[in-house]
Design a protein around this ligand. Structure first.
Ligand SMILES: Nc1ncnc2c1ncn2[C@@H]1O[C@H](COP(=O)(O)OP(=O)(O)O)[C@@H](O)[C@H]1O
Ligand SMILES: [Mg+2]
Length: 362
């Protein structure tokens, strides 16, 4: 299992030169707004595929008026130590992210680190997850899938690429039928797989939530479902292809594709009665924390993966329910935590094995 032992930032965001060593259990970063707490969580999240917790453009990571950022971290994976460097460089006229493991950038080394590390995170905007756009909810679930299947983002990217190619062709006055048939076939195959991944993920979450509720006194029962007028259990390659074919005319006018997993929403039914969008922001935070805890249990028990939790501004709306959830996570899970908040005193309910870092003073 992986733990982050140390992180050194050079020209990353607001940090010129910065270094912190971490506790293998709980790390609490506190300090004024704008001191760089979220930036530190972001730098940790970059030790993985992708562009980190904010999905930011690479250029934004580089400290203003500088050319290159460097995140050097020390990881402990199954009692061995690894030095990981992450930096940007120019390739094909744009910035690209590079990663080196013990100074080696071979695919094997990278895959080893990617498969050993898994992050789950909470961001303040998730307090409105069920009032935000459907894409926020899709991304939330997709990141859960990515937490145990590092190839899943490739599937999503390919699917989007095929949709984009089909849109381009539909705009032409002369349509190459062979090419569009090929694309629709690929869209259907990839689309079905995405539906299947998401459906499985939601079934797992629903089950884990039930188990959690049978052992603990949490505020909500939660039932997640895909909401999508096109998706049903009879959907297969043949009827998917027919539907895509039939929507060519309208897709030509409106652009994109009107059916498929990129149009799905995820709905969350609370206590069998109402939708989570009716909850207050603090209550939505309870639901999100329950889902994160459920996913932790799923990863640890079913996938034998020990995630690292990055919980940003976690102490707002911390009523008894959210406090219990947070203490249950920290006390019951043997994984590493990074928490942020504006004041040290907000975290006084967490006592064991904690390091505090005052970011304002650094
Ligand atoms: N590329 C950059 N260069 C310099 N400063 C940056 C860059 N990107 C963000 N910042 C600064 O980082 C600060 C925000 O840090 P953040 O981690 O969001 O703070 P908080 O402690 O509130 O979470 C802001 O003051 C912002 O101007
Ligand atoms: Mg912040």
């Amino acid at each position: 299992m992986a733990k982050i032992k140390k992180i050194k930032l050079n020209n990353f965001r607001n940090f010129k030169k910065f270094e912190l060593s971490f506790n293998s259990k709980t790390n609490i970063l506190f300090g004024d707004n704008g001191s760089g707490k979220t930036n530190i969580l972001e730098s940790i999240s970059l030790i993985s595929k992708g562009r980190g917790i904010r999905n930011s453009q690479l250029a934004n990571f580089i400290r203003k008026n500088e050319k290159k950022f460097l995140i050097s971290s020390q990881l402990e994976i199954d009692n061995n130590s690894y030095d990981i460097d992450i930096f940007n460089d120019y390739k094909d006229d744009k910035y690209k992210k590079f990663i080196k493991v013990n100074n080696d950038s071979s695919k094997e080394s990278l895959n080893f680190v990617y498969s050993s590390l898994s992050f789950l995170f909470f961001l303040p905007e998730m307090e409105r997850l069920f009032q935000a756009s459907p894409s926020s909810r899709r991304n939330f679930i997709d990141r859960f899938i990515f937490s145990y299947d590092k190839e899943y983002n490739k599937l999503i990217n390919k699917y989007k690429k095929f949709i984009f190619e089909r849109s381009k062709i539909l705009k032409n006055s002369h349509i190459d039928l062979n090419w569009i048939n090929f694309l629709e076939n690929e869209i259907s195959k990839h689309g079905l797989k995405i539906y299947e991944f998401r459906q499985k993920q939601l079934i797992n979450l629903n089950k884990q939530i039930k188990d959690l509720n049978s052992l603990n006194k949490y505020e909500f029962k939660i039932e997640l479902n895909i909401q999508d007028s096109f998706y049903n259990s009879d959907l297969n390659l043949d009827n998917y292809l027919v539907s895509l074919h039939n929507s060519r005319e309208s897709d030509k006018i409106l652009g994109g594709a009107k059916i498929g997993p990129h149009k799905s929403d995820i709905d969350a039914r609370i206590n069998d009665t109402f939708d989570a969008s009716n909850l207050s922001t603090g209550q939505q935070k309870t639901v999100v924390l329950m889902l994160i805890l459920a996913q932790c249990n799923f990863l640890i028990n079913q996938k034998k993966i020990q995630p690292i939790l990055l919980l940003d501004e976690i102490c707002s709306h911390l009523d008894v329910y959210n406090r219990k959830l947070l203490s249950d996570m920290i006390n019951n899970l043997d994984i590493q935590f990074f928490l942020t908040g504006t004041e040290k005193s907000l975290f006084s309910f967490i006592s064991t094995n904690v390091n505090f870092y005052n970011i304002t003073d650094l």
